[in-house]
Design a protein around this ligand. Structure first.
Ligand SMILES: [Zn+2]
Length: 203
């Protein structure tokens, strides 16, 4: 089974007595008496059945680069070498390049590394590449430990919101003070998305 929750999808592990609402599209009856429900407000999410043993061949999976938490520093540096130019934040968010970083965590990783989101990858120094890698390996596990950032409709399988938002350093903090240096956090438009950064800590 291949599951993509897209923008507003939720997988919910619930007691069968929980009322079904209009946004519940699929219900699995589990052996332990619970139900696993696919809930999706916008209906962009999907569940596809894949013949056993053919998961690797699915085009949906071929679109993804290495998992952010499963690559070595050497692999990350090699990937960057393949990209001659382009702004660093949109690159980090490109799932064909690395999978697992979206709008929130690319902002947080670049603040950790002290690199501005608009920097061209061709200008990154070795030490900055290492700090970006270290930021990925530090921030993603911390966010996972707090069950993610519920800045929108995201909840976990038990319907609980993620608790990482109070730990965010720049994302969603436009005009507020940088926790590290006190400067005002800036928000700009970049590649059709927003980017948040500290103009003092990030160069
Ligand atoms: Zn700062």
């Amino acid at each position: 089974m291949l599951i993509h929750l897209k923008l507003t999808g939720r997988l919910l592990y619930v007691e069968p007595r929980e009322p079904l609402d209009a946004h519940t599209h699929i219900v699995f009856h589990l052996d332990d008496g619970h139900q696993l429900r696919l809930w999706d407000l916008r209906r962009f999410g999907y569940i596809k059945l894949v013949p056993s043993g053919r998961l690797e061949e699915m085009p949906e999976l071929a679109e993804f680069g290495p998992e952010a938490l499963e690559m070595t520093l050497g692999e990350f540096k090699n990937l960057l070498v393949t990209k001659k130019r382009g702004k660093v934040k949109p690159l980090l968010m490109e799932q064909k390049f690395i999978s697992g970083l979206g709008n929130i965590y690319s902002d947080e990783v670049l603040h950790y590394a002290g690199v501005q989101p608009t920097r061209d990858v061709s200008t990154l120094m070795e030490q900055e590449k290492e700090l970006i890698y270290e930021g990925i390996q530090t921030i993603l596990p911390a966010a996972l430990k707090h069950r993610g950032s519920s800045v929108d409709l995201y909840v976990d399988i038990y319907g609980r919101q993620g608790q990482y938002v109070p730990h965010l350093q720049v994302y969603g903090r436009e005009g507020e003070s940088c926790y590290r240096c006190g400067a005002s956090i800036k928000r700009i438009r970049l590649g059709g998305r927003s980017a948040h950064f500290c103009p003092n800590c990030q160069r």
